[in-house]
Design a protein around this ligand. Structure first.
Ligand code: TYD
Ligand code: MG
Length: 454
């Protein structure tokens, strides 16, 4: 045993001597470029192969290196900064603020001395410069490159050796070799793959901006999601100031977390305490207004739900939900009619989540029902009351996840009363009943009686 017979090849860095089984453009250890050359190594015939099963308890965790934008909410969303060499997709409808945010991100990297290449194929360099002036961005480490063909972009990346590349947008770039037009699935997929190789091969951190189509998907949706490490989606309505950034995929952090930003004349500002911002303009004590504790990712938010119920003489009344699922609204109206005995068939009915946000959580059901009941009866609900509960077809109020986090947010925001389901009371620490007047309900009707007594 132990005779040196077998040979194999490894790639070795001529600068620091680091060896690895695959070629890369930049050495992960000493960061030098184009230093890898192939080495032939002799191996012991019976030596252990490179890979073998190891007990899970002995697997060392690879700590990936990260760079921070110092935009705290953005860093938090990514799991504590951006992993170096990762490829992220930033999606959202036109005008929502993708270019604005990414230019701000580019600037904060450049301020730390990192070289940033911003590919502005979507707009001219002048247009991007104008936006930069508005945002007061003048960093000399930030390069704008107005190009849409992939090969000159790749060349410049080789020349400039940037730490960060931002592609605005993936749909505008093209490879002339591919016979389909820019933005087609084929082009978008090929280009994303090329950037993936650049990110991994040269440890460049890359952000691809992608437009979302009407149906809410990024062109070539599934393929792109599989290729990239991280997907960040921008949500929110253009007319409102609030923008929600959601991590729908994240290889380097938790998914379904969100960060809230607000657009003003100097770009996007993070909103570290969204409940305060959302409740700022609330209609305190008016009929049809309630506050619910919603949850996005791990984060609780207090938001206002408004309902407007008004008589109509048309045979088909209008039912519309803004920021809430329309089908769910129909279901809740049916519950009110069948289980509580409301006659809503000759009333138009609108439900809206204030601030232009969109929440699909069933935990908002109880709030929606009470907002409708409040508007219908033209009586107000005590503005310091919080509503949390899912509603079933039988009119039963069900428990929701993470009740403690939701109630804590309410306590912090000065709420005095909370209506929750029986199920959620079980195991709730006494702390909560000391801080809040907790009203426990098992059916919708009990909540209506408690909050809108006759
Ligand atoms: P933009 O970032 O261009 O959106 P996207 O790249 O997603 O299409 O900007 C969206 C809107 O934001 C645009 O209508 C102008 C507005 N805006 C501000 O309100 N304040 C600002 O500081 C900037 C730069 C833009
Ligand atoms: Mg843009």
């Amino acid at each position: 045993m132990g005779k040196a017979t077998k040979t194999k090849t490894l790639w070795e860095c001529s600068e620091c001597g680091h060896r690895q089984p695959k070629w890369v453009g930049s050495c992960p250890i000493c960061k030098n470029w184009n230093t890898f050359s192939e080495e032939v190594v002799f191996e012991q015939k019976f030596s252990a192969p490179q890979n073998k099963p190891i007990p899970i308890s002995e697997v060392a965790l690879l700590q990936e290196q990260r760079i921070q934008t110092k935009i705290i909410e953005f860093d938090r969303l990514l799991g504590g900064g951006v992993a170096i060499g990762s490829l992220a997709l930033v999606g959202g409808s036109p005008g929502i603020g993708k270019s604005t945010l990414m230019l701000q991100v580019a600037s904060s990297f450049a301020k730390q001395g990192l070289a940033v290449l911003y590919i502005c194929g979507e707009e001219s360099a002048e247009q991007t410069k104008m936006r930069a002036e508005r945002l007061q961005i003048y960093d000399k480490n930030l390069y704008l490159f107005n190009e849409t063909s992939l090969s000159p972009i790749k060349n410049e990346i080789q020349n400039l050796k940037p730490d960060v590349v931002i592609v605005d947008s993936i749909q505008i770039l093209y490879k002339p070799e591919i016979p389909s037009s820019p933005g087609s699935i084929l082009q978008v997929k090929e280009i994303a793959l090329e950037f993936m190789h650049l990110a991994k091969g040269f440890s460049i951190t890359i952000f691809l901006i992608g437009h979302v189509t009407k149906s809410g998907e990024i062109a070539g949706p599934r393929v792109l999601e599989h290729i990239v490490d991280t997907v960040l989606d921008f949500e929110g309505e253009r007319v409102h100031g609030f923008r929600l950034l959601r991590s729908s995929k994240n290889r380097f952090g938790s998914t379904d977390d969100i960060a809230i930003f607000q657009m003003d004349e100097k770009g996007l500002k993070e909103v570290p305490n969204p409940s305060v911002a959302f409740l700022e303009e609330r209609m305190r004590g008016g009929p049809g207004s309630v506050i619910v504790a919603a949850l996005e990712g791990t984060r609780p938010f207090l938001i206002e739900i408004q309902a407007l119920v008004s008589p109509t003489s048309y045979p088909t009344p209008t039912r519309r939900a803004i920021g809430f699922d329309n089908n769910r609204l129909s279901l809740l109206i049916a519950v009110l009619e069948k289980r509580v005995g409301y006659h809503l068939y000759n009333f138009d009915l609108f439900v809206s989540i204030a601030g232009g946000m969109r929440f699909l959580e069933p935990a908002l059901d109880l709030g929606v029902i009470l907002a409708i009941a409040s508007s219908f009866s033209n009586r107000s609900i005590d503005p310091e009351t919080l509503l949390v509960g899912e509603v079933g077809l039988g009119g039963e109020v069900r428990g929701v996840s993470r009740i403690e986090a939701r109630l804590k947010e309410g306590i912090q925001m000065g709420f005095k009363k909370a209506v929750i389901s029986k199920r959620n009371l079980k195991g709730l620490p006494t702390f909560f009943s000391e801080k809040l007047d907790i009203v426990v309900v098992s059916v919708v009707e009990e909540a209506i009686q408690a909050l809108l007594p006759r």
